[in-house]
Design a protein around this ligand. Structure first.
Ligand SMILES: Nc1ncnc2c1ncn2[C@@H]1O[C@H](COP(=O)(O)OP(=O)(O)OP(=O)(O)O)[C@@H](O)[C@H]1O
Ligand SMILES: [Mg+2]
Length: 767
C-alpha cells in the first residue's frame, strides 16, 4: 500500500478537497492527506509522517461535539490526535502488538471505537454515523492483526463505495466504480474487441462494404462533370448521354445493394453481440453472492442488463455510420485535391473552425450529458422503488409525496435534457452556417477559375457536388467523441458487472451424492458487515435425523444462521460442516439439493400453483405435486379455488394469503425431498387449527431427516429432540425441551413469557 502523508501548507480541509470533482489533476488518494497541525504534532513527537500507513479523520471531538480527531497508524503504533482550533495534540498512543481486541459500537447518532489493551477497554474516539464504515474497517483490521499478527494487510479505510476506486474523487454517477476520467478507454475497447471475437469475420465484411460504398459514392459527381463538359457542352458527344445515365443508375443500384447488405449485417451482428452479452451478464449475475443483491438496487442491476446493452447496440450501429463518414471525408478530400489543389484548400478553410467549435462544444457539454444520464438513472430508480413498495405508499397515503418526488426527478431529467438539446440546437445551425459559407467560397473562387478558363464548368459542378457530400459527414464526425465516451462508459459498467467476483466455488468439490445429514458449526462468526458480527463464535453439532428447534429473540440471528448453512453467505470465521465436510468444499448445487428451506418470507413466482410447488423439481408428476400439497395441508384450499392447481398467482404470491403462501412453500420443500430441512417460521401466519394440521404434516415430513425449525411460538417445538437458544448472535443454551425447562434458564424464561401472554390472550400454549 502506498504511503503518503505529506503536508499541505494551504490548510484547506483535505478530505473535502479530495472529494471535489474539480481537481482532475490530483493523484490517487488512498490515505487522506494530513493537515499541517497534525503533521507538526507528529514531527514534534519524533515521528516520520511518511511512515503513517493509515489515517482516518473523525468529525467529532473528544467531548462528542463537532470537532476533528485523527486516528493514525504506523508500523508499530496506533495514535489518536485531537485537533482543536488549528492545533493538534496526541490523546492516545498504543503499541499495535499490545492491542488484544478492537471494536466499534453504535450509539444514538454517533459511534465509538474501542480497543482492549491489557484486558482493559479504552475508548479511542467518537465519530458520526456517516463514518461508521471507515472506523469499522480499522477495527476489523485490528482484530485480524491481533489474531494473525503483523502480516495482516493494512486496509484502505477511506475507500468508500461512492468515490472513484482509482482516484478517490466523488462519483457523480454511483452506478459506476471509477469516475469518467479514470476510465481507460484503450483497455476497454480492446476488451470489447476481444469479446466480439466470434463476429470478427462479419465485422470485416461490414468494413469492406463500407469501403465499397464510399468508393461507389465518389463516382457520381465525377460523372456529372463529364456530363456537363463532354456531353452537354457545344461539340460534345450526345450519344454518351444514355450511357452516362445508365452508369449513374448502375452506381445507385450498387450503392443500394451494398447498403442493404451492410445494414443487414450490422443489425445482425450488433443484435447478436448484445444478446450474447446479456446472456453472459445474466449467467454471471446468477453466480453472484447474495450480498451483492443486498447492496445493489434492483433498478440499477436492471438498467445495466437491459438498458445498457440496448444502448450499446444502438451505439454499435452509430459506429458503422461514423466509419462510413470518415471514409467519405477522406475519399472526397482526396478527390477534391486531385481535381484542383487550389480549390481543395478553399474547402478546408471552414474545417478548422468547425472542428474547434465541435471540440469546445463537447467539452462544454460533457458535464451536461453526465447530469442527464444520472438524472435518467435516478428517475428509473425512483420508479422501481415506487413499484415495489406501492402497497406501503398507498397504506400510508404517500401518493402525493411520491408524485412530487417523481415530478421533481422528472423535471430534473427534463432540465438536463433541455440543456443538452438546446445547446445542440444552437450549435448545429452555426456549424451548418460555417459549411454553407465554405460552399460560397468555392462558388466564388471556382467561378473565377472557370471564367479564367483554368477549370471547366463540369469540374466546378463536380467540385460542388463533392462539397455537398463533404460537410455532412464531417459535421457528423463531430459526434464521434460523444458517442465514443458513451460507448466506453457503458462498456466499462458492463465489464464491472462481469468482473464482480462470483461466490467462491471449490475447484474440485467433494462429491456427496447421498448425505447422512449431520451438521456441525465450528466456532462460526459472521457479520453482514465483517466488522459487525451478527453470529459470534457459535459451535454445535446436529446428528443425522435429529429435529432441532432454534429459538431466540427477534434479531438474534436465527435466519442468518440458517442462511449460512445454505451458503447464501460465507462465514467470516470458523467453518460449517455437513457430514464432516466443510460446505465450502461441497459444490453449491449439491448443498442446495440436499438442503431444503421454507423461507421466513416465502416467495412465489408468477405462474400456476402447480408450477410453484414444482419449482425445485420441474419434472415432478401431477400426482407427486398433489401428494406434496396434501402433506403441506395445502390441497384443500387449492382445490377450493376455481382453477385449482392451475390458478395463476402474481409475482411474489399476490392473490394468496400469507398462510397459503407458507403452505405452498412447504409443499415445495416436501417435493424437493431434501436430507436437511430448514423451516424458518414456517407456520407463523396460520391460525392455530391450520398450524396443528401443518404440524402433523411436518411431523411426518421431518421423520428421517435432519431438521432445523425456527419458531417464535415455542409450542410448535415441543417434540424437538433438542433446542438451541440464540441470544444476540451467541449460543446461550442447548438441550432437550425438558432439560431446559428444568434448568430454568433463557428458554424457560421465553416459555414463561409466552405462556403469560397466552393466558392474557386466553389462548393455549402447551409448554
Ligand atoms: N441482509 C442483511 N444485511 C445486513 N444486516 C442484516 C441482514 N439481514 C439481517 N441483518 C441483521 O442481522 C441481525 C440478525 O437478523 P436475523 O434475520 O438473523 O434475525 P432473526 O433471529 O431471524 O430474527 P426474526 O426472529 O425477527 O426473524 C439483525 O440485527 C438484522 O438487522
Ligand atoms: Mg428470522
Amino acid at each position: 500500500m502506498s504511503t503518503k502523508g505529506n503536508s499541505k501548507e494551504n490548510g484547506e480541509d483535505p478530505l473535502i478537497r479530495s472529494f471535489s470533482v474539480d481537481h482532475p489533476e490530483q493523484p490517487p488518494i488512498h490515505i487522506a492527506e494530513l493537515p499541517t497541525p497534525v503533521v507538526e504534532a507528529l514531527r514534534t513527537t519524533g515521528r516520520d509522517v511518511n511512515h503513517i500507513q493509515l489515517a482516518v479523520k473523525s468529525d467529532l471531538g473528544p467531548d462528542g461535539q463537532f470537532g476533528e480527531q485523527w486516528l493514525l497508524m504506523d508500523q508499530h503504533e496506533l495514535l489518536v490526535l485531537d485537533r482543536p482550533n488549528g492545533r493538534a495534540y496526541q490523546r492516545h498512543q498504543f503499541k499495535l502488538d499490545d492491542i488484544e481486541d478492537a471494536k466499534i459500537e453504535r450509539c444514538v447518532g454517533n459511534g465509538l471505537m474501542q480497543v482492549t489493551v491489557g484486558q482493559q477497554p479504552h475508548v479511542l474516539l467518537h465519530y458520526s454515523n456517516d463514518l461508521t464504515d471507515r472506523f469499522g474497517r480499522v477495527a476489523h483490521y485490528l482484530q485480524e492483526r491481533a489474531e494473525h499478527g503483523p502480516e495482516t494487510p493494512v486496509p484502505n479505510p477511506n475507500d468508500d463505495s461512492h468515490v472513484c476506486l482509482n482516484c478517490g474523487r466523488y462519483l457523480a454517477d454511483p452506478s459506476s466504480k471509477v469516475c469518467p476520467s479514470c476510465i481507460q478507454s484503450g483497455k476497454i475497447l480492446k476488451r470489447l474487441v476481444m469479446q466480439a471475437k466470434p463476429y470478427w469475420g462479419a465485422v470485416g465484411l461490414i468494413l469492406l462494404l463500407l469501403v465499397g460504398g464510399a468508393l461507389v459514392n465518389l463516382i457520381p459527381p465525377r460523372l456529372t462533370g463529364v456530363l456537363i463538359d463532354d456531353v452537354l457542352s457545344e461539340g460534345g458527344r450526345p450519344e454518351l448521354l444514355l450511357w452516362l445515365v445508365l452508369g449513374l443508375l448502375a452506381i445507385r443500384v450498387t450503392d443500394v445493394g451494398f447498403t442493404i447488405v451492410k445494414n443487414w449485417l450490422t443489425i445482425n451482428v450488433s443484435g447478436k453481440f448484445t444478446a450474447g452479452l446479456r446472456d453472459d451478464l445474466f449467467t454471471h449475475l446468477k453466480g453472484l453472492p447474495v450480498d451483492y443483491f443486498d447492496n445493489n438496487q434492483t433498478g440499477r442491476i436492471m438498467t445495466r442488463i437491459n438498458q445498457d446493452t440496448s444502448e450499446l447496440q444502438g451505439l454499435f450501429s452509430q459506429m458503422t455510420t461514423f466509419a462510413l463518414n470518415l471514409l467519405m471525408v477522406l475519399g472526397i478530400g482526396i478527390a477534391l485535391f486531385s481535381m484542383s489543389p487550389a480549390l481543395g484548400l478553399y474547402v478546408l478553410i471552414p474545417t478548422p473552425f468547425v472542428m474547434a467549435a465541435a471540440y469546445y462544444y463537447y467539452r462544454y457539454m460533457r458535464p451536461h450529458f453526465r447530469r442527464f444520464w444520472v438524472a435518467r438513472w435516478r428517475l428509473n430508480a425512483m420508479l422501481n422503488t415506487f413499484l415495489s413498495g406501492v402497497r406501503v405508499v398507498k397504506a400510508f397515503a404517500q401518493e402525493n409525496q411520491e408524485q412530487a418526488r417523481y415530478q421533481q426527478r422528472n423535471s430534473q431529467m427534463l432540465n438536463s435534457q433541455l440543456q443538452v438539446n438546446l445547446a445542440w440546437g444552437k450549435f448545429f445551425p452555426l456549424i451548418s452556417f460555417a459549411f454553407s459559407a465554405g460552399g460560397l467560397i468555392i462558388w466564388y473562387a471556382g467561378g473565377r477559375a472557370v471564367l479564367a478558363n483554368e477549370i471547366t464548368v463540369g469540374m466546378l459542378m463536380a467540385f460542388i457536388g463533392y462539397l455537398g457530400m463533404f460537410y455532412g459527414p464531417l459535421s457528423n464526425l463531430t459526434h464521434v467523441t460523444q458517442a465514443m465516451n458513451r460507448f466506453v462508459t457503458i462498456s466499462q459498467r458492463t465489464f464491472e458487472l462481469l468482473d464482480e467476483p462470483v461466490q467462491a466455488q471449490p475447484e474440485r468439490p467433494v462429491s456427496k451424492p447421498e448425505i447422512a445429514g449431520s451438521i456441525r458449526f465450528d466456532h462460526v462468526t459472521f457479520g453482514y458487515d465483517p466488522y459487525y458480527p451478527v453470529i459470534s463464535d457459535v459451535s454445535f453439532d446436529i446428528k443425522p435425523g435429529e429435529m432441532v428447534g432454534l429459538v431466540g429473540h427477534s434479531g438474534a440471528g436465527k435466519t442468518t444462521l440458517v442462511n449460512l448453512l445454505c451458503r447464501f453467505y460465507d462465514v467470516t470465521r470458523g467453518a460449517i460442516l455437513i457430514d464432516g465436510v466443510d460446505i465450502r468444499d461441497l459444490s453449491m448445487n449439491e448443498i442446495r439439493q440436499q438442503v431444503g428451506m421454507v423461507l421466513q418470507s416465502p416467495y412465489l413466482f408468477r405462474g400456476t400453483l402447480a408450477e410453484n410447488i414444482a419449482y425445485g423439481n420441474p419434472e415432478a408428476t401431477y400426482a407427486e405435486i398433489v401428494r406434496a400439497a396434501k402433506a403441506a395441508n395445502a390441497h384443500d384450499f387449492i382445490t377450493a379455488m376455481p382453477e385449482g392447481y392451475d390458478t395463476i398467482v402474481g409475482e411474489g404470491g399476490s392473490g394468496l394469503s400469507g398462510g397459503e403462501r407458507q403452505r405452498i412453500s412447504i409443499a415445495r420443500a416436501v417435493l424437493h425431498n431434501p436430507r436437511i430441512l430448514i423451516l424458518d417460521e414456517a407456520t407463523s401466519s396460520v391460525d392455530t387449527e391450520t398450524e396443528r394440521q401443518i404440524q402433523e404434516a411436518l411431523n411426518e415430513l421431518v421423520k428421517g431427516r435432519t431438521t432445523i425449525a425456527i419458531a417464535h411460538r415455542l409450542s410448535t417445538l415441543h417434540n424437538a429432540d433438542r433446542i438451541l437458544v440464540l441470544n444476540e448472535g451467541k449460543l446461550e443454551e442447548q438441550g432437550t425441551p425438558k432439560e431446559l425447562m428444568k434448568h430454568q434458564g433463557a428458554f424457560y424464561n421465553l416459555v414463561q413469557m409466552q405462556s403469560q401472554m397466552a393466558r392474557i390472550d386466553g389462548s393455549t400454549a402447551n409448554l
